[in-house]
Design a protein around this ligand. Structure first.
Ligand code: SAM
Ligand code: SF4
Length: 333
């Protein structure tokens, strides 16, 4: 039974851990092309420090871990990190989100280390558009990563697709068809204004109603899927007779904060109660003091706000307090 219950009665059993703010891509919605300062190497949590924090979290009721970043696979010790976390008593599920570029070379070792599920980010099925959105890298490598994940036995394999007006909204249909033809779980995600210039975000933000409309126009019947194994706020559907499914993650058009079960740990050891707001607590300085770590976990719940206000930002209303200045790559999406 989790002891991590906040002021609004929400139980927290899920910790998302960013293991680096570095990345081998520069996706337009996540990072600027240049000019972002990276954390000095010695300010990042080591594999051992991450395990210490998770051990305390597990005692308090954390059961599920997602490793993310930045790009988690650029960390040379990523297999050790996964192994360290997966072997902690109480941790029942370890998953990872990656852009897939380096996955082909690491899938087997990650699986052996205790990783069970992967989410691979894929916003386009078109190689030239990939370069426009991700600014670097090659779609071919991501495809190889997806194949390697399937060959290594990861299940389910989810594809994260952030919808961007004028960029990939013409591909909704192709992604939906992919979820029919392949055992892949495509999750459409609304573009969020995390550490962003607002006008750029407003001009590319697209509500996920467009996905519902596109699905209705396809020749297959749809049915809701109760739970495509996961820990999140995704509303999951599939086409009857299809091999995969598709999910909608709509933090802005249909907020899901009432069911929030997650805390976030940044690569430099800040515990964030909410993705959106500025508040964070430094766990790194307390990493050898279990009592203090416990206190900080409870404190994070005490200060966790009821919701984010991204919809208010879309309609230019005043916000109740200060949003984070970190970009998504610096928090861990
Ligand atoms: N580099 C890895 C990857 O791309 O999968 C893991 C880190 S990335 C920050 C995690 C997820 O956050 C990705 O699926 C990415 O598409 C998503 N993401 C990043 N910025 C976002 C934004 N502004 N709005 C919505 N999702 C975003
Ligand atoms: Fe890197 Fe992932 Fe952000 Fe893209 S979404 S820039 S791959 S951290």
């Amino acid at each position: 039974m989790s002891k991590l219950i906040d002021r609004f009665g929400r139980t927290h059993d899920y910790l998302r851990i960013s293991v680096t703010d570095q990345c081998n891509l520069r996706c337009v919605y996540c990072m600027p092309e240049e000019g972002l300062e990276f954390l000095p190497h010695d300010s990042m949590l080591t594999a051992e420090e991450i395990a210490k924090i998770v051990r305390v979290g597990a005692r308090l009721g954390i059961r599920k871990i997602r490793i993310t970043g930045g790009e988690p696979l650029v960390r040379r010790d990523i297999v050790d990190i996964v192994e360290g976390v997966a072997s902690i008593p109480g941790i029942e599920d370890v998953s990872l989100t990656t852009n897939g570029l380096l996955l082909a070379g690491k899938a087997e070792a990650l699986r052996r280390a205790g990783l069970r599920r992967v989410n691979i980010s894929l916003d386009t099925l078109d190689a030239s558009k990939f370069r426009l959105i991700a600014r670097r890298g090659e779609l071919r490598k991501v495809r190889e990563g997806i194949e390697a994940a399937a060959a290594a036995g990861f299940s389910p394999i989810k594809l994260n697709c952030v919808l961007l007006k004028g960029m990939n909204d013409g591909e909704i249909d192709s992604f939906l068809r992919l979820s029919y033809e392949q055992p892949l779980h495509v999750r459409f995600i609304e573009y969020m204004p995390i550490g962003h210039d607002d006008e750029g975000w407003r001009s590319m933000y697209l509500p996920l109603d467009r996905v519902r409309e596109a699905a209705a126009a396809l020749p297959w019947e749809t049915e809701q899927v109760p739970d495509v194994k996961g820990n999140g706020p995704s509303e999951d559907w599939r086409f009857v007779g299809g091999r995969g499914s598709y999910g909608l993650i709509h933090p802005i058009s249909d907020q899901f904060c009432a069911k929030c079960n997650r805390l976030r740990l940044t690569a430099d050891g800040q515990l964030k109660p909410c993705l959106y707001w500025v508040d964070e607590l430094n766990l790194r300085h307390a990493v050898d003091d279990e009592e203090e770590l416990e206190r900080l976990f409870y404190r994070a719940l005490d200060i966790k706000p009821e919701n984010h206000e991204m919809a208010a930002r879309l309609s230019r209303e005043a916000l109740s307090h200060e949003p984070t200045a970190r970009r998504m790559s610096q928090i861990g999406g």
